[in-house]
Design a protein around this ligand. Structure first.
Ligand code: PAF
Length: 328
């Protein structure tokens, strides 16, 4: 018995000895994303970096790497997070199902009614479970930030209903649910890393793409010949803030808690500025000569994409989907 106690105390003292105290811990971290500094991802990232610096008295500093500087696209940068080469990343769920398959449940079309519905699910137990699942992939998912509701844009036709879009060659994220939904809707989707999209649009390799207002705006897609922007809001696109588990596990416990709390707080701020800016951004996009199609028959897209739920029902059972859809 005494031997057991002694061994236990020895183990605890080794842990305490090797676990850095907050006051001693210092780090310079790198935070990446695919988007430029004026996009809400990076506005949120700047706020997070400022708060962490202030709250740790400058012990932890975070340098920002926008616009795919640390990788060709979100899949490559998520690999960087997994390997510990990048400390922090804001990424859409595009490629994340390849790391933590359960996150794909958020990628189904017409799953969320509106932003209140989104917040209820992402900030509740379902959202927490989806973030925790990343641990199996050696990634620490801190909290949900957002990309926004995605809309279809193209260079050829004013899309008012799904029939208008049939046959369009569009880029999708490298995401099995999105790809399947667009095929079901009768379009010709091609998965492509983000870094290649502008040139592919410009060279007319593809007719269109789909993304939230802020992405279209910060990417200046009118300069790549995108003429029509249809408010399809066909899917909500969350963007978790991910941390390398190697980095996170090396931090003192108080700093880990500070990261979780501050990332959640920043996520609320980031979602708000993203939503608040949408209408003004749309007006600026229209001023660049892009036709904004506001009257879209969303029901026609919803019907055409309904088959996607059936196609993935063995991986995402009806009960799990309904728990999200019926959240009130
Ligand atoms: O379309 C995508 O790949 C993503 O929405 C983007 C633009 C990289 C932002 O996460």
């Amino acid at each position: 018995m005494k031997k057991g106690v002694a061994l236990g105390l020895a183990v605890i003292s080794v842990i305490l000895w090797t676990w850095p105290a907050s006051a001693e811990y210092k780090a310079g971290m790198r935070l990446a994303s695919a988007l430029p500094m004026d996009h809400p991802y990076m506005v949120g990232a700047q706020k997070f970096a400022d708060l962490i610096k202030e709250r740790t008295g400058g012990r932890i500093t975070i340098k920002l790497y926008p616009s795919n500087q640390l990788g060709k696209g979100e899949r490559e940068m998520t690999e960087g997070i997994q390997q510990g080469a990048i400390d922090l990343l804001v990424s859409s769920t595009g490629p994340l199902g390849g790391f933590s398959p359960s996150i794909n449940i958020l990628d189904f079309p017409f799953l969320f009614r509106d932003f209140d519905h989104v917040d209820l699910v992402l900030d509740g137990p379902i959202g927490r479970r989806l973030l925790d699942d990343f641990e199996k992939a050696h990634i620490k998912a801190l909290s949900f930030w957002e990309n926004g509701f995605r809309h279809l844009t193209n260079s050829k036709v004013a899309v008012r209903k799904v029939e208008d879009a049939r046959g369009l060659k569009i880029r999708t994220m490298e995401n099995r649910i999105h790809l399947s939904a667009w095929k079901d809707a009768g379009l010709n989707p091609t998965p492509m890393a983000w870094g290649e999209v502008f040139t592919a649009l410009q060279q007319k390799v593809i007719d269109g793409q789909e993304n939230p207002v802020a992405v279209f705006y910060s990417s200046k897609f009118w300069d790549a010949g995108q003429k029509y922007f249809s408010i399809t809001a066909h899917v909500y696109s969350p963007a978790p803030l991910l941390a390398s588990k190697k980095t996170f596990d090396s931090m003192p416990r108080e700093d880990q808690e500070l990261f979780l709390k501050t990332s959640y707080e920043t996520g609320r701020f980031q979602r708000k500025i993203n939503r608040d800016a949408e209408e003004a951004r749309l007006k600026e996009i229209a001023a660049k000569g892009v036709t904004i199609v506001r009257q879209v028959d969303r029901e026609s897209f919803k019907k055409a994409m309904a088959q996607t739920y059936e196609s993935f029902s063995s991986q995402f059972p009806k009960a799990e989907i309904e728990a999200i859809m019926n959240a009130r």
